[in-house]
Design a binder for this molecule. Structure first.
Ligand code: 13P
Ligand code: SF4
Length: 298
């Protein structure tokens, strides 16, 4: 299957991108693995004709927003994001209508329609930089309430919160985190900003998925508790064979991130199915918000 996929990638001048939560066999075969920001940047820079996006729908959609002339394939159409489903264009319009005019910072974990109504996008890796880049003192940050509260704690901005969240990260309670720390007192506790504020208060490092990979590589510590989706344990262990990684909770599994298998990748490349394409009237305003973020991040 791996040989077949490599051959198809070559034949179609395709690149395979994988998020850090993808199953090990997908990460191992991908041309590049990364967090949401790194994958967006790579999607913008590639000269491949086809991007096979192994992640969830909003990630493939973001690649299509950035690169409309490329064919973007999502190997499983049912790989969605439960947080992205917690906001839509209609509810955001209604919220904006009830507020004083202010910028809308939208987490990339959202649909193209929602991005199209936004001032600028952000990811977990650049949220503080994005918030600080705006001249306004007050803004709405949607849809992740935990990311919004985290950004508010790191800036002097007034941030209005949308009541969305990631169920996978909400699973991790402060009691779980305290239990993991008590079981492994020597370990550095790394948490994703999608975690609850009371969990983040217990963390030694708050990072995006690739930020955690960097911390683990650079740290002189030998043991780490990983407060994010358990898929990240694979690259952490692969890149640091002499270090030990404990999941903060075994419950932190995103089922959507686990849907894609090698046979799905082969099938979508063979038949060119699973194409994700954003209509121009949505893509153009969505691109403006994504591009503002990318311009800050390069
Ligand atoms: P990162 O951008 O940190 O990889 O996170 C994406 C995501 O979906 C977290 O749940
Ligand atoms: Fe969405 Fe959470 Fe899954 Fe990330 S881990 S894709 S935010 S549901």
């Amino acid at each position: 299957m791996q040989a077949k996929i490599r051959k198809l990638l070559k034949e179609k001048n395709a690149i395979m991108l994988a998020h850090n939560y993808q199953p090990p066999e997908i990460q191992d075969l991908a041309d590049m693995c990364g967090d949401s920001l790194e994958l967006s940047i790579r999607a913008a820079d590639t000269d491949a004709d086809v991007i096979v996006f192994c992640g969830v729908h909003f990630m493939a959609e973001t690649a299509s927003i950035i690169s409309p002339d490329k064919t973007v394939l999502l190997p499983r159409h049912d790989a969605g994001c439960l947080m992205a489903d917690m906001i839509d264009a209609e509810s955001l319009e209604a919220k904006k209508a009830g507020m004083a005019p202010m910028p809308v910072v939208t987490y990339v974990n959202s649909t193209a329609e929602v991005k199209a109504l936004s001032t600028i996008c952000c990811t977990s890796a650049n949220v503080v930089k994005v918030v600080n880049s705006l001249p306004e003192k007050e803004m709405l940050l949607a849809p992740d309430r935990n990311l919004a509260m985290y950004a508010a704690s790191k800036t002097d901005k007034t941030i209005h919160v949308w009541d969305g969240y990631c169920p996978t990260h909400e699973w991790l309670t402060a009691d779980d985190a305290r239990a993991a720390k008590a079981a492994h007192p020597e370990a550095v506790f790394m948490a994703h900003p999608e975690c609850r504020p009371e969990v983040l208060a217990l963390a030694d490092a708050i990072e995006s998925t690739s930020g955690m990979l960097r911390v683990a590589r650079q740290s002189s510590h030998q043991a780490f508790i990983v407060g994010t989706e358990t898929g990240l344990l694979h690259p952490l262990r692969q890149q640091n064979p002499d270090k030990t990684f404990y999941p903060a909770s075994e419950k932190m599994v995103c089922r959507n991130m686990k849907r894609i298998g090698l046979s799905d990748v082969a099938a979508c490349l063979e038949n060119m199915t699973g194409q994700v394409k954003v209509p121009e009237e949505i893509r153009i305003p969505a691109l403006a918000a994504v591009q503002r973020m990318l311009d800050l991040s390069r």
